[in-house]
Design a protein around this ligand. Structure first.
Ligand code: G4P
Length: 285
């Protein structure tokens, strides 16, 4: 589900999130482990200010494990708590309340000193659409709702939901807009499905993906589409032409591009990550 963002939506989303932030001790910033930096909201630092934050790299089941480890380390080095999880399969999810308790230890101790017996940590999930905020939230609070309010600008009465004895979450995630800083970031977000397919031409996004996989995950391509080493020496455009034919799409390059994007999102091209910690500064300039 992707939303098209306009300045009015952004202002409204920001205002809503800022209202909610006042009520919480801790922010759970959910990002996509395949595009950790590109899938962050560009103004989050400004929006949440000094609030403690945990970066949750979700969809780790789809991401390159070695790079996920690098990214977790990268965020930890920046002073954030960071954890990689797979919310869909509830993998490592139970570590979030534990990490939150550790992160908030001082505040909890202060409250206890004031006579509060079981101080509650109040938190909320924040992130751009489609990173898995609702899934993380629902799994953390053991709730089984397929669809949560996934539109910015919809207000309703808020509730606190229990994740553990001392950990509560706001019942709706904060939804913020994605980065539009560069073509490269746009490609990554489009390829993983974080921004609307309609915004991008699938042949351009597909060719971006093919080029990236040829350079970084050639074996996955070989296996999925029965390619040879020689095929992978071709120019990406020529390989797209060849794949279009061999996969039965004739000359409809768009359909092959669409297939490639679909296969990648489904995990049929193996686990992948589209950016590395050292590369991001160059990308955003
Ligand atoms: P959001 O609230 O941030 O917008 O995201 P949401 O939880 O709705 O999750 C978006 C999609 O990502 C969902 O797929 C969800 O099942 C999937 N997802 C969430 N967490 C994980 C994860 O850790 N691993 C994997 N592999 N998938 C995850 P969907 O319902 O099929 O929606 P869509 O395909 O229509 O986007």
């Amino acid at each position: 589900l992707a939303i098209q963002w306009f300045p009015g939506h952004m202002a409204k989303a920001r205002k809503q999130v800022q209202e909610k932030i006042k009520q919480v001790d801790l922010i759970l910033e959910v990002v996509d482990a395949r595009t950790p930096e590109s899938s962050r909201n560009p103004m989050l630092d400004e929006i949440i200010g000094e609030k403690p934050r945990m970066v949750i790299l979700n969809k780790q089941d789809l991401a390159d494990p070695a790079l996920t480890r690098e990214w977790v380390q990268y965020y930890q080095d920046q002073g954030f708590a960071a954890i990689a999880i797979d919310a869909q399969h509830a993998k490592r999810l139970q570590q979030i309340p534990q990490l939150a308790t550790k992160l908030m230890a001082e505040k909890i101790a202060r409250k206890k000193a004031r006579g509060i017996r079981n101080p509650m940590i109040k938190a909320m999930c924040i992130g751009i659409p489609n990173v898995g905020k609702s899934t993380v939230l629902n799994r953390l609070v053991h709730r089984n709702i397929a669809v949560t309010g996934n539109k910015p600008g919809v207000t309703k009465n808020q509730q606190w939901l229990k994740a553990s004895d001392n950990f509560q979450l706001l019942d709706t995630p904060g939804i913020l807009w994605p980065k539009f800083a560069s073509q490269k970031i746009g490609m990554r977000l489009a390829f993983t499905g974080a921004i609307a397919d309609a915004v991008f031409q699938e042949d351009v996004v597909g060719l971006y993906g093919l080029t990236y996989f040829m350079a970084h995950y050639p074996d996955a391509l070989k296996k999925a589409y029965h390619l040879t080493d020689a095929d992978l020496q071709a120019a990406p455009h020529d390989l797209l032409v060849k794949l279009t034919k061999t996969q039965g799409f004739g000359e409809e390059f768009n359909r092959m591009a669409e297939r490639l994007i679909f296969d990648a999102r489904q995990g049929k091209l193996g686990r992948f990550t589209l950016e590395k910690p050292g590369e991001i500064d160059a990308d955003t300039e």
